[in-house]
Structure formats: C-alpha cells, structure tokens
Design a protein around this ligand. Structure first.
Ligand SMILES: Cc1cc2nc3c(=O)[nH]c(=O)nc-3n(C[C@H](O)[C@H](O)[C@H](O)COP(=O)(O)OP(=O)(O)OC[C@H]3O[C@@H](n4cnc5c(N)ncnc54)[C@H](O)[C@@H]3O)c2cc1C
Length: 547
C-alpha cells in the first residue's frame, strides 16, 4: 500500500523497502527483551557509526553492549583537527550527507547537530565552480553557464535513466514508499543490470550512443551532482542506480563541526542515567584478535591483549576482509556461502589531502575579471576534486586540495602529506596561474589513504557486476532462524554489508537490522504497532537470483 502521508525522499529500498526512519521515530520503541535476558552483555566489534548505532539501541533495550575498537571511535566518520585549531577540521571519511539519509539524520537531529549545504559543484553553497578539462578552465555558477555539451550530457543521462532504468516510476514508488511497487520494479532492474557495469549502461544507452565519445568522457570526468564518476565505471550498474534512485547525489549537507560528532555523540549520550561512555569507563575495549565458538550459546571474543570473554551474541561491524586477515575467526561461524560473499567484497580506494589556510581568500574578486582566485574545482588532472570550506569571514578555512578515487588515489598512495600537497598545489597552479595558494597555507597538511590503514584496507565497498548475490547473502544475514545453531548469534552490520556502500545511511540501516536480529535471538519481540525489518521480511525480502 502506498503511504498517503507525504514524507521526505528516503533510502526506502530499493532492495529492501523498509522505512527505518518510521521504525526509529515510533514511540512504541524498537522492541523488548525477556526479563531473564535483560542486562546481558553483547559484544560489538568496531566503534564506527554502525557499531555505535547498534550499541546505543541495544543499551536502550536493556542489554549491555561491550564495544571493542582497534583505533579511533568513529571509524570512517573521522574529523581530524588541524593542530591547535580546535574548530578547524578535515573530514577524512564521510563528509556530505544526503538529506534522504533519513535514518542517519534521525541520530544527527537527536544529537542536536547543525548541518548546512555541502559546497558541491554548481550549487549555491559553492558560489563559483571551475571545470577544467583538456587544459581549459570554465567558470560557472550553474549548468546554464557552461557550453551546450554539458547540458547535452545532463539530458542524455536523464534520458538513459528513464529509458533503461525505469527511473521516473521507480523514484515515484520510493517517494511514496510503496513497498510492493518498489520491489516489483526493482526486481526487473536487478535481473537486467546485475551482470553489467556502469560503463556498459552509459555506452549502450540510446541517448549517449547518439552523442560523441567526448560526451561520455566528460560525463566520466565531471558527472552530475558531486563530481567525477569514471572511477565507478567498472562497478555494477545496480550500485549506481541505488545512488540516484535514493537521491544520494542531491541535497547533501555537511555537519558543522565534523561528522565524527555523530558516532562520538552516541558514545556519550545519556540514556536513563547511563551512556556507552560510562558503561565502558571512558574507553572501548581494545581491538579484537579472535572470535571463536566456545559453546552452544557462547562465542568467545579475545582482544589484542589476550583477554577473552564469552558472549551469547556478537555484532561485527568492521570491514569484512578483516575477518579472514587480521581477526582469527572460527570458520564454522559462517556458512561457506557467506565466507564467499565476505571475501569477494571489492573495495574502492580513496585519497584526500587537506590544508588549513589563513582565511577564505577565494571570496576575493579580481577587480578586472570579477573572478575568484580559486573555486570549487573539478578537473581531469590528478587533483580531480578540490573543495573549499569557509568558516566565516577572516576565519581560518580549509581546502580539500584533492579528493580522488581508484587509479587517482593509487598514484599518490606512497607519497607523504607534504609531497601530496606540493603536487596538488602545482596542479592547481596550472588552473589558477595568478593565485599564490601556498602563501595562505598555515599548519601542517592532513592526508589519508584508507586502503593503507590496516583497520580498513579500503574506503568502501564498490560492488562489481555479478555481486548482487553476495550483497544479498551479507545483507540478509541477520535473518538466522534457518541457520544451523553453530552459525547463530554472530551478526554483521556496517557499510560493508549494506546495499549502499560509501553512504553512512547503509551502515545505520544494517546496524538496525542487526539490532532486530539480536532482539529476536534473545527471544524478544518488536511491538505489534511497530514491526521491524525482520517482521516484514517474508513479504519484502530482496529478490533472490538463482545460484
Ligand atoms: C573516503 C570516504 C568518503 C565517504 N564519503 C561519504 C559521504 O560523503 N557520505 C556518506 O554518507 N558516507 C560516506 N562515506 C561512507 C561512511 O563513512 C561509512 O558508510 C561509515 O562511516 C561506515 O561506518 P561503519 O560503522 O560501517 O564502519 P567503520 O566506520 O569503518 O567502523 C568500523 C570500525 O571497526 C574498527 N576495527 C577494525 N578492526 C577492528 C578490530 N580487529 N577490533 C575492533 N575494531 C576494529 C575500525 O577501526 C573502525 O572504527 C565515506 C567513506 C569514506 C572512506
């Protein structure tokens, strides 16, 4: 049944159309745990947003989450301060959050955090954009300021989505939260696009094939919405469709003061006189070294200091390759089909380099040309995306000199922060020859390559053609009734098992699935007036493809 009350566009599916925001907002709560299980400890491996959302909800349900974290709480929501400057930060992981991430924003709003539009290309939040391709910088405020080629590309993309991906009707079904219609239409798209890449979609579409190769190339370099998409060209087309259908490229906000405040806020948030922080006496347990079955109802967690503790339920919310590399996990805890899916997960690489500057000098204007000395920049050169973060007039500001993925991230993998900074400044000098960017830089640069961090091994999942079945196995893992008892009690959550990797919303939604799974595992239930994801699974489960 279509929802008749107008709701914001949300990530309502498309694979599993369930309104997580409504589930969270319902005063009846997420469920209840039998009295004899109240106060039971549950291990949560990984203190990113997925692990901490789950820990927060488990604590509210009367369980005692025990969070293990090998690095820094917050995981891939990491807001790093520049030296002594407390409020000047570099967003090393997630930095722009589509308003359609309504489960994620449930927590942002609950914590009272402020947000504002992210300075994306060609948006009012980035007053000027420069698109520099083939050595020619073009200044623009909106799409209309660019040569006709750009509008032709935008139109070809919209046409291709409608002609080959049922975009308008799919979007209408998601928007009206019509679960049956979403599922029916999406099932046909899964069948059609699971085996094919994003590039294949573009190249084989009627609208793009009527245009030149140059159109396709420029589309790859600048995309529409947030920047270049060619690093996603080898990915499964289904992954791209989820992004556009859920509106993830639109209406994105940054979190004032840093995205890390969301997981950290959950850590310190008081619920009935206690918080995760107080339960843990100020710090999570160390990183996990081993996860082993120790009895019918016991799974042992051994930390990196060799301390072991048994739990009836364990939630794992880390990068999935770690389960076969740095954590010694009992093979019997998962089926071979699940191991196949976890291990075949493919990760994207990503590098970002930031500098702090004395002031937002890009707000100056050249008296002759009226142009700014620097703008939000998309380029085919190695920096790819340059973003400007203004903290107010005459306040220290931040430049993300380079945000690059895949091959462009690999090119700088071995370079130090200074080397990357020099390279980026030299590149930007070619686009802005009259601007002395370096003279504005204060403090030390900050850089990250997620793939070189042993706790992450990559930025986020980027599913390849044919990976739908693997995604489905991982996502469905919280529904454990049909599993042999040796495989029950361990739950998966986070970006790596979600349908929408690279978006915090997926980490939150899968954490909520795991919470439902843990309540069910302990013999608890959800209120009849507020059914959870597992309660509607039979009618809404992601479509199965034959093995
Ligand atoms: C470069 C980049 C850009 C992104 N951009 C956006 C964006 O703009 N918008 C958006 O919505 N999302 C974005 N994302 C995605 C978003 O950041 C993630 O979806 C989300 O932060 C993932 O949360 P998680 O809890 O699943 O995993 P993580 O945050 O990775 O948490 C897992 C935790 O497990 C810990 N861990 C690892 N090994 C162990 C161990 N042995 N024992 C204990 N703990 C361990 C890790 O240290 C980590 O803290 C981006 C991510 C990256 C990397």
């Amino acid at each position: 049944m279509a929802n008749t009350i107008s709701k914001p566009l949300s990530a309502f599916g498309p694979d599993f159309p369930f309104a997580y925001d409504d589930w969270l907002a319902n005063n009846a709560g997420l469920g209840s745990i039998p009295a004899d299980r109240q106060g039971t400890e549950v291990a949560v491996v990984g203190g990113g947003i997925g692990g901490l959302v789950a820990a927060h909800e488990l604590m509210k349900l009367g369980l005692v989450p025990v969070v293990y974290e090998s690095g820094r709480l917050g995981g891939r929501l990491r807001s790093q301060r520049f030296g002594a400057a407390d409020d000047v930060i570099a967003e090393l992981g997630g930095m722009r959050f589509p308003r359609s991430s309504t489960a994620f924003f449930h927590y942002v709003d609950m914590l009272g955090l402020s947000t504002r539009p992210f300075p994306n290309p060609l948006t009012p939040a980035a007053p000027t954009t420069v698109i520099d391709l083939g050595g020619v910088p073009l200044y623009a405020e909106t799409l209309d300021d660019l040569p006709p080629l750009f509008r032709e590309i935008a139109e070809a993309w919209d046409t291709a989505l409608n002609e080959h991906a049922d975009f308008a009707d799919m979007r209408a079904a998601i928007d009206s939260r019509d679960a049956n219609e979403v599922r029916r239409r999406w099932s046909a798209l899964v069948e059609r696009w699971d085996d094919r890449t994003f590039y294949d979609f573009v190249a084989s579409s009627r609208s793009f094939s009527e245009l030149s190769f140059r159109h396709r190339e420029v589309f790859g370099q600048v995309g529409f919405g947030t920047g270049g998409w060619d690093s996603d060209f080898p990915n499964s087309m289904l992954e791209i469709l989820r992004v556009v259908l859920c509106g993830f490229e639109d209406n994105q906000h940054l979190i004032v003061g840093g995205a890390e405040q969301v997981p950290r806020g959950l850590w310190s948030l008081q619920v009935d006189g206690q918080s995760l922080d107080s339960l843990h006496r100020g710090a999570p347990r160390p990183g996990v070294a081993a996860i082993r079955r120790a009895g019918d109802d016991t799974i042992d967690i051994t930390d990196r200091n060799g301390v072991s503790q048994g739990y009836s339920a364990v939630l794992i919310a880390t990068q999935s390759w770690l389960l076969t590399t740095s954590i010694d996990v009992d093979e019997t805890l998962f089926s071979q089909d699940h191991w196949m899916a976890l291990d075949r997960t493919r990760y994207m690489q990503s590098a970002k380099t930031f500098v702090m500057v004395d002031r937002p000098f890009w707000n100056d204007r050249d008296p002759v040309t009226g142009r700014p000395p620097l703008a939000m920049t998309l380029t085919d050169r190695n920096t790819r995306g340059t973003y400007l973060f203004d903290n107010g007039p005459d306040q220290p500001a931040v430049i993300c000199l380079s945000y690059a993925w895949e091959a462009d991230a690999a090119k700088v993998l071995t370079m130090s922060a200074h080397h990357r900074t020099r390279l980026a400044i030299e590149t930007l000098k070619k686009i802005y020859p009259d601007t002395d960017l370096a003279c504005h830089v204060i403090g030390e640069p900050i850089t990250v390559s997620w793939e070189s961090d042993p706790d992450f091994l990559g930025a986020f999942k980027g599913a390849l053609p044919g990976h739908y079945r693997y995604n489905r196995r991982m996502y469905s893992h919280f529904m454990q009734d049909a599993f042999p008892s040796t495989q029950q009690g361990v739950f998966l959550a986070g970006d790596d098992v979600s349908w929408t990797p690279g978006w915090a919303e997926g980490a939150v939604q899968t954490a909520l699935n795991a919470v439902w799974g843990i309540v069910h595992h302990f013999g608890g239930s959800t209120p009849v007036t507020n059914p959870g994801p597992g309660d509607v699974w039979a009618e809404r489960a992601p479509v199965e493809r034959p093995d």
